[in-house]
Design a protein around this ligand. Sequence first.
Ligand code: AMP
Length: 268
Amino acid sequence: LIGFVPTMGALHEGHLSLVRASKQRADLTVVSLFVNPAQFGPREDYRRYPQDLEADSALLVREGADILFAPGVEEIYPADFQSSVSVERLSEPLCGRFRPGHFRGVATVVLKLFNIVSPDVAFFGRKDAQQSIVIQRLVRDLNLPIEVVVCPIVREPDGLAMSSRNAYLSAEERRAALALSRSLERARKLLLGGERRAGVIVGEMRRLVEAEPRARIDYIEAVDAATLAPLSLIAGRALIALAIWIGAARLIDNLVADIEDGQVTVEL
Ligand code: AMP
C-alpha cells in the first residue's frame, strides 16, 4: 500500500502529522515537495514562498518517510504544457472568489502527482478545507483509484493553525494572527451554547477580527461542508471558514460543526 503526502515544503508539524498518518496506514510513504506556480495568482507570494529543501529532507528522514519527490518546475510544466482539470462549482466560493484559478492549479497538479506517484491513499489537512473537498470531488468525478484521508488541523499551543506562511509574520503580527483561532473559539462557544443562526455566529467572529487593527478580512462564512453552499442556519455538517490578511500573510482557518439530533460536535 502506497501512502502519499503532497506538500509545498517549508515543512512543519501539520505536514509531519500527515506523514505519520501515512506511515500508520501504508507500507511505503511518498512525500512530494513542489511549490506549484499554477496555484498562485500573478500578484501572490510564489516568488517569496519559503523554501528549505535541506531542512525539509532532514525532517522527513527523521519521520521515516520513504521517498521524497521534489521535481523542478520544468519537469511538471514543460514548455508545451497546456492541459488542466477543474472542479468547477466547488472552486468558486470562499478562497476561490479571492484566488481565481487557484483550485484549477491545485486540482491539476494533484492529478499529475497522483498519476506520477500512483498512491493507494493520499493524505490532506483540514486546514485547507476547501482544497480537501475539491480533491475528494476530483477523485470521485474522475474515478481515481485513490482513498483520500483528511487529517485534523495541527495548531500552535496558543491556537494559531500551523502554516508555512506564518513565517511571514513579525512578532506583533504573530500576536494579531490569533484573531483567527480566537474567532473560531467564539463560534464554537456559541454553537455549544445552542446558537444556530449563521448570521449571529459570523457577525460575532467578524466583530472579534475587526477589533484587531492589523487584520483585514477576505471572508468569514458558514457553508455546507459538502456543497460549500452558504447556510443561514447551521445544520448537518457545516464548515465555518475564514481567510484573513495579517500584514503580508493571507491566513486561513476553519472549524467543522456536526449537528445530529440537535446535538453539536465541533472540530476546531
Ligand atoms: P502546503 O504545503 O501548505 O500545501 O500543505 C500541504 C498539506 O499539509 C495540505 O494537505 C495541507 O492541508 C496540510 N497542512 C498544512 N498545514 C496544516 C496544519 N496546520 N494541520 C494539518 N494539515 C496541514
